[in-house]
Write a protein that binds this ligand. Structure first.
Ligand code: PEP
Ligand code: MG
Length: 551
């Protein structure tokens, strides 16, 4: 277990101003040196995302004005370098926090982090080093900062426990993709454990054991062994296609948030990319990614996935996904507000930059465009006409692209599922976004724990909407996928096979298990299961039928 240390500071006065300033400058140089070394390492690893973060850090560290106030305090108030660093940088942090601009307010966190690093140097204390972790380390922290995240050697991280943090924080997303168990919002955990303690964490249940008795260790070692064994068995499905016993074949595709996730998609033998959540490119960047930057990302997907269909979803920001530099107004009901395609259709320049980048990249593989949060046919038509405009612009400049690129839409608003027949006539494919479809159909916000019991894919209304959507797609000769979390649920997959879903898209970590389930199914039996489920009137009944289904 490695714990992020905290420090206590007391004010003391000094005799020798010069000496105190010298100590401060040495501490700063040493932090700059460490940052440069991290940058070199990241350049070697070609880790561009973390590289950008560290380069921005270096710029702040090298800014002459950073320690100006601190030095004045040492000279004028005879404060010691540690106390003056805290006081001087706290002033800057407060100023940043008070600026009514989310991006700049965020920078306050970077300066807070820099303050701690300098103070650790001045205290001659070793900060917890995340880049040199021992194998099997569990990180315990009040909060993982951006620079901590950049520093972590994930191969050696066995788990993370954090007092602060949300499921969509940078570190939560990375942990999920790498299948690292993480428990967040645990009060005072950093005070309850010390470095070197033996910890067991259960990411499924949120349980944490500090220095557990031997029997508990044995029990968890056994669970770990079984999980490892299962993982090895699942490897066999990597090169198998997802075909039922009676030869009904579906596609198992992968959801990604950035090109770096492609490696995991390839490693599990994904049939394609069913959802590239491009908003992560925007969220990971400090300003709007340029057309060139976006083009490079989409091109990577096209080149790596080759002929396998890779669906690039246009910017889906808003709701629970914030992008500070877009300066969006706070809304009372963000999930029902100005988000995704609604925002893109109002900001056509931003939208066109993205569409041109996707079109240009389409020449390198098999890309498709998908619009999120469509609610009316006019929105679909307008979005498509902007794609056509972009194509003409590229034609004028003789820039090549795939002129037959498929254009589809997400079905995640109940109105579009009910009207799926009309929408199917005007696009090339559907992908059902159950994460949002459930919250909008059942009026139950997707992240609100108080109403989690209402938010369920098993509600008969959700199943009927999926059924309408798949049927409308097939009646109009287009394919229907699903990229919401429901697509990877092992009890739901048989139902979706019975309903005739063509493509299942999910996190890479769920793909092998989904292939295993599908290869053991019989389409006929799945259709019988559908008949039974359609007679049910409550989610509890549906859940029971799905759990009892034998295959
Ligand atoms: C969905 O809504 O199901 C979906 C896949 O999109 P997101 O989770 O990004 O809203
Ligand atoms: Mg959605």
């Amino acid at each position: 277990m490695l714990k992020k240390e905290k420090y206590e500071i007391e004010k003391s006065n000094i005799q020798n101003v010069e000496e105190e300033i010298k100590k401060l400058e040495e501490a700063l140089s040493s932090v700059i040196e460490e940052t440069k070394n991290s940058i070199k390492e990241l350049q070697k690893e070609e880790n561009n995302e973390q590289l950008q973060i560290m380069q921005a850090y270096l710029m702040i560290l090298q800014d002459e004005t950073l320690l100006e106030r601190t030095k004045i305090m040492i000279k004028d108030e005879q404060l010691d370098s540690i106390y003056a660093t805290k006081k001087g940088l706290d002033e800057i942090i407060e100023n940043f926090k008070n600026i009514d601009n989310e991006y700049l307010a965020e920078r306050a966190k970077d300066i807070e982090d820099i303050k701690n690093r300098i103070i650790f140097k001045l205290l001659n204390k070793e900060e917890a080093k995340f880049h040199n972790l021992e194998p099997n380390t569990i990180i315990v922290t009040d909060e993982l900062t951006t620079s901590d995240t950049s520093d972590i050697n994930l191969k050696n991280v066995q788990g993370i426990i954090s007092e602060i943090g949300g499921p969509n924080s940078h570190v939560s997303i990375i942990a999920r993709n790498k299948q690292i168990p993480m428990i967040i919002r645990v009060d005072d955990v950093a005070d309850k454990v010390k470095n070197g303690d033996l910890l067991i964490i259960n990411g499924d249940t949120g349980e944490i054991y500090i220095n557990p008795p031997n029997e508990e260790i044995k029990k968890y070692q056994e669970l770990q062994r079984l999980a490892q064994e299962k993982k090895i068995k699942l490897e066999a499905y990597k090169n198998k296609s997802a075909k039922t016993k009676d030869n009904y074949q579906v596609e198992i595709s992968c959801n990604i948030g950035k090109p770096a996730d492609l490696e995991d998609a390839i490693n599990v033998g994904a049939d394609g990319i069913g959802l590239f959540r491009t908003e992560f490119l925007f969220m990971d960047s400090k300003q709007m990614p340029t057309e060139e930057e976006q083009f490079e990302s989409y091109k990577k997907v096209a080149e790596i996935m080759k002929e396998k269909l890779s669906i690039i979803r246009t910017l889906d920001v808003g709701g629970d996904k914030e992008i500070p530099y877009l300066n969006l107004e706070k809304e009372d009901n963000p999930f029902l507000g100005y988000r995704a395609i609604r925002l893109c259709l109002e900001n056509t320049e931003l939208f066109k930059i993205q569409l041109r980048a996707i079109l240009r990249a389409s020449k390198y593989g098999n890309l498709a465009i998908m619009f999120p949060m469509i609610s009316t046919i006019e929105e679909l038509r307008k979005a498509k006409s902007i794609v056509e405009e972009c194509k003409s612009e590229l034609d004028d400049k003789k820039i090549p692209y795939n002129s037959n690129i498929k254009v589809g839409m997400m079905i995640e608003i109940p109105a579009t599922a009910i009207m799926a027949d009309s929408f199917a006539k005007e696009c090339d494919f559907f992908s059902i976004g159950t994460n949002d479809l459930i919250q909008y159909t059942l009026a139950a916000e997707r992240g609100n724990p108080k109403i989690a019991h209402l938010y369920t894919k098993n509600h008969p209304a959700i199943i009927k909407l999926i059924k309408y959507t798949v049927e409308a797609a097939h009646n109009n000769g287009i394919f229907c996928g699903m990229c919401g979390e429901a697509a990877s649920n092992i009890h739901y997959i048989p139902l979706l096979v019975g309903l005739g879903l063509d493509e299942f898209s999910m996190n890479s970590s769920a793909i092998l298990e989904a292939k295993r389930v599908i290869t053991n199914l019989d389409k006929n039996n799945c259709e019988k299961l559908v008949e039974k489920v359609l007679k049910a009137e409550s989610d509890k009944e549906v859940e029971k039928i799905l759990k009892e289904f034998k295959y």
